[in-house]
Design a protein around this ligand. Structure first.
Ligand code: NAD
Length: 260
């Protein structure tokens, strides 16, 4: 078994997940990356991170829409590094539509990836974490785990569900030194947010600038996007001994959005 801790970050080929994977690798953990995207670009990112951090970085392209793919992803990470210490459930998608027009396949996909995949990876990882008496599970939720916005029924439902899952797992893991927490970011300018701007423009009849200032940042009193590095820093903190008594929490990093 490697002496290094090992981390698995779902949806880490881009955006917040890649930022978290980078922070964990640079802290000295071996890392399993996961996600979709161009194979050559992913290999470039993987190799660069391994070189920069001086740890082992592997990639598993499991499509987490399916339960067995989630289980296989966890089993592969444990097999490769002999242990899984940190599990970050980050993979997520978004779709914006009035509820009466919300396509059922989009609802099913968002629930499958944003909520059920976290259940499946946790379920697969928990036995080993309990047996080794160590585990840090971090679920990337959202301000939309605490409050709603119109036209995001599936996303808001899934993210509220993630918080419930987080609390239940926190209680089950507590006697075994397994912690489970959620990070709930406000708006971070990643491809996920970029991609919803055109749909929001259409749904609300607005320009791009209006969507950014009057819809996205309207909710954030700081009037600034959260940075990927900010979310990554909070995730890294949750893997340190100073966070040992943080369990079952939703940690907001949203510029004050949910203080309102
Ligand atoms: P992103 O689109 O940049 O990254 C999403 C990642 O998930 C990518 O690596 C993608 O390849 C992966 N992914 C997509 N479908 C997948 C599948 N079927 N199987 C495996 N991986 C898949 O998005 P992001 O903004 O970095 O979002 C990451 C997480 O943070 C999501 O859970 C999102 O809901 C949450 N979040 C984002 C924001 C924001 O403003 N960007 C705010 C709050 C919460």
């Amino acid at each position: 078994m490697s002496e290094r801790r090992s981390a698995l970050v779902t949806g880490s080929t881009s955006g917040i997940g890649l930022g978290i994977a980078r922070a964990l690798a640079k802290s000295g953990m071996n890392v399993t990356l996961n996600g979709l995207g161009d194979a050559a670009e992913i290999e470039r990112v993987r190799a660069a991170l391994a070189e920069e951090a001086g740890v082992a970085v592997r990639f598993d392209g499991a499509d987490l829409m399916q339960a067995d793919a989630c289980t296989g992803l966890v089993d592969g990470a444990v097999a490769a590094f002999g242990r899984l210490d940190v599990l970050v459930n980050n993979a997520g998608i978004q779709f914006v539509s009035p509820v009466e027009d919300f396509p059922v396949e989009k609802w099913n996909a968002i629930i499958a990836l944003n909520l059920s995949s976290a259940f499946h990876t946790i379920s697969a990882a928990m036995r080993g974490m309990k047996a080794r008496a160590y585990g840090r599970i971090i679920n990337i939720a959202s301000a939309h785990a605490l409050v709603a916005s119109p036209f995001k029924s599936a996303y808001v439902a899934a993210k509220h569900g993630v918080l419930g899952l987080t609390k239940a797992v926190a209680l089950e893991g507590a006697p075994f030194n397994v912690r489970c927490n959620a990070i709930s970011p406000g708006y971070v300018l990643t491809p996920l947010v970029e991609n919803q701007i055109p749909d929001t423009m259409k749904a609300r009849g607005m320009t791009r600038d209006q969507v950014i200032n009057d819809v996205l940042l309207a909710a954030q009193p700081t009037k600034q996007f959260v940075r990927i590095e900010d979310v990554a820093g909070l995730a890294l903190f949750l893997t340190t001994p100073a966070a040992d008594q943080i369990n079952g929490a939703s940690l907001s990093i949203d510029g004050g959005w949910t203080a309102q």
